[in-house]
Design a protein around this ligand. Sequence first.
Ligand code: PLP
Ligand code: COI
Length: 342
Amino acid sequence: MEKKDIDWGSLSFSYMPTDYRFVAHWKDGKWDEGELVSDSNVTINESAGVLQYAQTCFEGLKAYTTKNGDIVAFRPDLNAQRLKDSAERLRMPVVPEEMFLRALDMLVKANAAWVPPYGSGATLYVRPFLFGSGPVIGVKPAPEYEFRMFCTPVGPYFKGGVKPIKLLLSDFDRAAPHGTGHIKAGLNYAMSIYAGEYAHSKGFAENMYLDAGTRTYVEETGGANFLFVTKEGKLVTPQSDTILPSITRRSLMYVGEKLLGMEVEQRKVRFDEISEFAECGLCGTAAVISPVGSVTKNDGTEIAFASGMENMGPVLTKLRETLTGIQMGDVEAPEGWIRKIM
Ligand code: PLP
Ligand code: COI
């Protein structure tokens, strides 16, 4: 199969339509089979639940080309599970795991020419999403839904790839206690756009959010969980009920402990203790592991990590290499982590 004529190495994290996308409809209590279509536009009622009351949730995962030319996905069953959790919290119909995985296989096979080659530095980002398509005017669940999945080739989420970024400690909150921070609801991201643009306008790549209830503990950024490394080399990640349970973070904690023999700990992390960590990074499907050089408070005080602003620290580098090695087939994957698509 001939690949598209794309300069894979200079891709950024942005949308580029590919040839096919998957679409399924839910009506009268059941899903249809779903199919691939070529039109990238969506036609829905003006009073659709998604348009009026933001009844929508999504997922993000990637497909990779391995050294031997296979195309694989990383732990897509966990994305199907998380989409189920999101759907239930937003009172939307659950997409069966069977449909989710079938859609993924169909989508990636049909767009194989768009999957970046091994070693190109780019990957195929897959975006499943579910939304209320039927009309509502009172605040209640929509009567009809669409489940869609499209894909787009991407490069690094943050400009510069593995160059440390600067974060702003946000004065805004991302997620309320007992709210929707733990699911992948579109509304959480709408909430973060103002704060994100504010941080960018001040020269920061992203925000660090604290827990909204007490403003004491580190939560996450707008699109990734935090990883910290102590001076003794222990991997620490924040525990919170109001952050998204990142599949990358859960995988890295396993990789750190079981494959690299590290000490790992998930616990509440106070903002006022972060200066004691040697390394800090963001992790997620889009972010992979992106190193954080410093976090700045609104009064201008900057907390810099010992690993500095030039390079990623050694522990996060090792974790990143092992994770991407597993995803690209260079490191043996734990049982069930890799789905071979073709
Ligand atoms: N936190 C938020 C708010 C996110 O949007 C994402 C991205 O999906 C993550 C964390 C990382 O999750 P994952 O590793 O499953 O991609
Ligand atoms: C992902 O990492 O898949 C996400 O959904 C994060 C998003 C901010 C791009």
